[in-house]
Design a protein around this ligand. Structure first.
Ligand code: PNS
Length: 159
């Protein structure tokens, strides 16, 4: 049984994330999506919302589970006996940030990070842009799972 941990902020989960998780599931028996905290980010959605939106978006995919991680991803991956950490890369900007993180995670846990190149059709989809479009009343239905589109609209309306 090979397990992969797929960590991220998921603020909120996008169609690009879902694509990467599905493709990771093609390589591992189980994928645990780890909704975590980046200490340098102020989140739009609460921890609970980021978790429940990711759970809703991935509910139909067999062998994929979502958990909230309040600590180091390296420790979590060791506890889960993960064979690898998997992250999606959209381009060079992602690579710069991910390179250091992957090497630090290996230093802390001995677990390698595997990168999956984001589908070019979804390459432009970033959580930050999606939130910006939603906050200006633009259409986001093609960029995020349905449950996320509903939550984003609701959140923007009540702000
Ligand atoms: O989607 P993001 O914001 O690029 O994800 C970054 C995240 C949340 C995966 C990263 O900040 C993280 O792993 N946070 C948990 C704490 C941790 O392990 N920090 C050390 C990273 S080397």
């Amino acid at each position: 049984m090979t397990i992969a941990v797929c960590p991220g902020s998921f603020d909120p989960i996008t169609s690009g994330h879902v694509d990467v998780v599905k493709r990771a599931r093609g390589m591992f028996d189980e994928v645990i999506v780890a909704v975590a905290r980046n200490a340098h980010k102020n989140y739009f959605f609460s921890d609970e919302d980021r978790l429940s939106l990711a759970q809703g978006a991935l509910a139909d995919i067999d062998g994929v589970h979502v958990e909230f991680v309040d600590g180091l991803i390296a420790d979590f991956a060791v506890r889960k006996n993960a064979a690898a950490i998997v992250k999606g890369l959209r381009g060079a900007a992602d690579y710069d940030a991910e390179q250091a993180m992957s090497l630090l995670n290996r230093h802390l846990s001995g677990i390698e990070t595997i990168f999956i190149m984001g589908d070019p059709a979804l390459g432009h989809v970033a959580s930050s842009f999606v939130k910006d479009i939603a906050s200006h009343g633009g259409p986001i239905e093609d960029l995020v799972p349905r449950n996320v589109a509903i939550a984003l609209k609701k959140k923007v309306e009540t702000k």
